[in-house]
Design a protein around this ligand. Structure first.
Ligand code: GN1
Length: 461
């Protein structure tokens, strides 16, 4: 251990981070080993360069030269073409050319939920978790294609074990276990305003998940990228965990992306209001980009055209498609990081933990969509918000479990009406349609449902 300590002391001196061993003598042998191991994993060059960026305010420079990007409207596509897109997408999935990455590493802080977000029950009559809803949509598509789609689930060091256990306890929601791979996103140290890495405890470095863009590094490090290549996968669907209506592995969307001939695609919805917390898909420095809501200047967020519509209206719903080669290409560039000025609890010189009331340091995150700046162009599909976007972000109010549940139930009610059920029959009835029955409103047997509607108030189909 002595040599290890000396080596580490040298590194810490070089980077001005000696304080990390400030409480070393007070630790047990096991705690000492753990702390040294954590320090050895830190990329000090990266942290130093990120801090330099913070003090140089490079973040603001990225905001230059934004231009709107015109999305294809789903509603403007006729039924014949929709069928064609569907056929193309289904064929790709049947031929095992597509896989899905689910981003489920985030923490449900705003939701006031300490568990893994995917295990959250938004209060549907079935009490299905967000994981189960997504899994059953995948089962539906897998059945249509006669093959299980490979599903890669990104967790974080904080929720990994819990996530795996949850799937195991629920028998993988009847998905094929061999087609599910869990992998952890990385973590990065947090720093104070002087660039010093925080200690969370006397013997523990303060670390935070490295953002959903950590996905790319993780799939490379864990050999998943190579595995995908060996399997002949061409397209990767990437979606977030906190949208209760997300159309996972949507064949129409895949067909759309393939047909445009572009290497990446993204679904958007019309922004609800200028201050909606949604990233905006546009051009930045002549490249496609998503500018996160925290980084979009208010004047641009509010800017309207002559019709009074928002110019930057393409709201990101984290439903992306990328060709595998785009991901490989991305590693040739420096991965950008975004800075968040946050309240970070830390251990002070006396060894006590402080909980600051004001932001006192920085966390660094890379965003999944930063990869779009490295593609020539991308295809953007504007879909209907009420059909595809039910965000679960906050405990109450907007974008809460309550609003998401109602969006799901309203959509299901509309599916029934569209399949010929008289809306009067639905009065005071709650209907939830399982994704195993219907993916996007298809396969609903009207007669059967009408029968059941007479029998109960809450109906699970
Ligand atoms: C880094 C990232 O992916 N941010 C996304 C994500 O925001 P969060 O506030 O981090 O949940 O979800 C939003 C949609 O729900 C999307 O509009 C935004 O761009």
């Amino acid at each position: 251990m002595k040599e290890k300590i000396q080596e580490i002391e040298g590194v810490l001196r070089k980077y001005g981070q000696e304080h990390l061993l400030r409480h070393f003598k007070e630790l047990s042998d096991e705690e000492k080993e753990n702390l040294l191991d954590q320090i050895l994993l830190i990329d000090f060059d990266l942290i130093t360069s990120l801090y330099k960026k913070v003090i140089n305010h490079e973040k603001n420079e990225n905001q230059q030269d934004l231009q709107p990007l015109k999305a294809y409207e789903w509603d403007a596509i006729d039924n014949q073409e929709k069928q064609q897109l569907y056929d193309i997408g289904i064929k790709k999935i049947k031929d095992s050319k597509a896989a899905v990455i689910l981003l489920a590493g985030g923490q449900g802080t705003r939701l006031g939920y300490s568990g893994a977000k995917g295990t959250f029950d938004i209060g549907l009559p079935s009490h299905k978790s967000l994981f189960q809803l997504q899994c059953e949509r995948l089962i539906n598509i897998s059945r249509k294609c006669g093959t299980y789609i490979n599903w890669y689930i990104m967790t974080s060091p904080v929720n990994h074990d819990e996530t795996v256990q949850f799937f195991d306890d629920n028998n993988y929601f009847d998905y094929s276990k061999e087609n599910i791979t869990f992998f952890k996103q990385g973590i990065l140290p947090t720093i104070d305003v002087n660039g010093e890495i925080f200690l969370e405890e006397r013997g523990k470095v303060s670390m935070a998940p490295n953002g959903n863009g950590g996905c790319f590094l993780a799939i490379k490090d864990k050999g998943i990228l190579t595995e995908m290549k060996e399997k002949g996968i061409e397209w990767i669907f990437i979606n977030g965990i906190d949208n209760a209506l997300v159309r996972v592995a949507d064949p129409y969307f895949l067909g759309f992306a393939v047909k445009t001939g572009l290497p990446s695609a993204s679904k958007v919805v019309s922004k609800k209001s200028p201050d909606e917390k949604a990233g905006i898909l546009c051009y930045q420095n002549k490249r496609p980009a998503i500018v996160e809501y925290s980084e979009l200047p208010v004047e641009l967020a509010q800017k309207t055209n002559d019709d009074g519509n928002l110019i930057y209206d393409n709201a990101n719903i984290i439903s992306h498609l990328l060709k595998l080669e785009v991901i490989e290409e991305f590693f040739n560039y420096e991965i950008p990081f975004h800075v968040a000025h946050k309240k970070i609890p830390y251990t002070n010189i006396s060894g006590d933990i402080e909980y600051p009331s004001e932001p006192n340091g920085y966390k660094f995150e890379s965003f999944i969509f930063d990869i779009f700046s490295y593609v020539v162009d991308m295809a953007v599909l504007k879909v209907r918000r009420e059909e595809e976007f039910a965000p679960v972000k906050n405990k109450d109010g907007e974008d809460s479990p309550f609003t998401a549940k109602n969006l799901v139930l309203n959509l299901h009610r509309n599916w029934l009406i569209n399949s010929g059920v008289d809306s009067k029959l639905l009065d005071r009835k709650i209907v939830e349609i399982s994704p195993l029955t219907s993916y996007n409103g298809e396969d609903i047997e009207r007669e059967l449902i009408i029968d059941k509607l007479f029998q109960s108030g809450t109906l699970l189909i």
